[in-house]
Design a protein around this ligand. Structure first.
Ligand code: ADP
Length: 305
């Protein structure tokens, strides 16, 4: 449904997006995760024809966005909620969007209700909070009843209840066969919302795939009858680990330098008995993210905050 092939873009000779290939299937929510400045918005802007790639292609439902005859019927986009006309009411904003999409305005009230803005429908958007503008933006993406959604940082400004609401809305959309691509620099939001993950760092994709598979391949769980000896052996081999309860260790596998065989060999050479050695998601998305985006050191700290 959404496919990009080696999308690349530089601004003033500085590469911002480098060979980004994405593939999002119907029925899935893909979290596009990366520190601030990693190139998420630029990639999304190229997807919807707002920025021109230097190289590469992007297709939505099999067509470049600019060649879709009536894009709002195919794809709903939320890129910049501050871009709304401040002097219009929420109802007017959606009515105009429906007319531009060539669809009936009958659904406007239903949409206002669905995004929780029924009571604020006749207030001007200029007086809306950021969270309310995000809700209106999400209603706008749904006006043409599309089957693809592209949302840039949709949780910005939403309170926890709003984030939970958006998560349910997107899950329902995907469960009915829709395709969702959403960007975020917030780990928890992505972990709770997405089932697929694309991690971008300094403009390049550093990991992609189903969330559970990526998490499962991010760490090793190791158990031993002699934790002190194993800790010393891992340290001597310069393998990063975190000691856990019940004589366990969690070893970081991101980057591919450490495998089950690496750990088995280290233990074998030091005659340390292992009682368990398996892939695990114990490190969680946080460990995966920080390991993958280590090159983005300063922005990564901002993302953690
Ligand atoms: P993200 O969405 O991951 O935070 P962006 O795609 O917004 O990242 O930005 C990636 C980099 O590209 C940043 O360093 C940003 O300053 C730069 N950039 C984005 N748009 C422009 C532009 N129009 N002109 C120059 N630099 C830009």
């Amino acid at each position: 449904m959404i496919t990009t092939t080696a999308l690349s873009k530089s601004y003033r000779n500085a590469p911002v997006v480098r060979d980004v290939s994405l593939h999002c299937e119907p029925g899935t929510i893909t979290g596009f995760l990366g520190p601030n400045g990693a190139g998420k918005s630029t990639t999304m802007r190229m997807l919807v024809g707002l920025a021109r790639p230097d190289h590469g292609t992007s297709l939505i439902a099999g067509h470049p966005f600019v060649e879709l005859p009536n894009p709002t019927r195919v794809v709903g986009t939320l890129l910049d909620p501050s871009a709304m006309h401040a002097g219009r009411t929420g109802r007017a904003t959606l009515t105009i969007a429906a007319r531009m999409a060539g669809v009936s305005t009958d659904r406007v009230d239903e949409l206002l209700d669905r995004v929780g803005l029924a009571d604020a429908a006749d207030r001007r958007v200029g007086g809306y909070s950021l969270g309310m503008r995000q809700r209106l933006g999400i209603a706008q993406t749904l006006v043409g009843d599309p089957h693809v959604l592209i949302l840039d940082e949709p949780a910005n400004g939403l309170d926890p209840e709003g984030i939970a609401w958006m998560r349910r809305l997107l899950r329902d959309f995907a469960d009915r066969g829709g395709t969702v691509l959403l960007s975020s620099h917030l780990l928890h939001e992505v972990q709770a919302t997405a089932d697929h993950l694309v991690v971008i760092s300094q403009g390049a994709v550093v990991a992609s795939g189903p969330m559970d598979e990526l998490l499962a391949s991010s760490s090793l769980l190791v158990r031993t009858s002699d934790p002190e000896a194993l800790a010393a052996a891992l340290r001597a081999a310069r393998v990063d680990y975190v000691a856990g309860p019940d004589q366990t260790f969690v070893v970081d596998m991101v980057g591919g330098a450490v495998t089950t065989e690496t750990v088995a060999r280290i233990a074998f050479e030091k005659q340390v008995l292992l009682t368990e050695l398996r892939h695990s998601d114990a490190g969680g998305l946080e460990q995966l993210f920080f390991s993958l985006t280590a090159a983005d050191a300063a922005p990564t700290q901002e993302a953690a905050a």
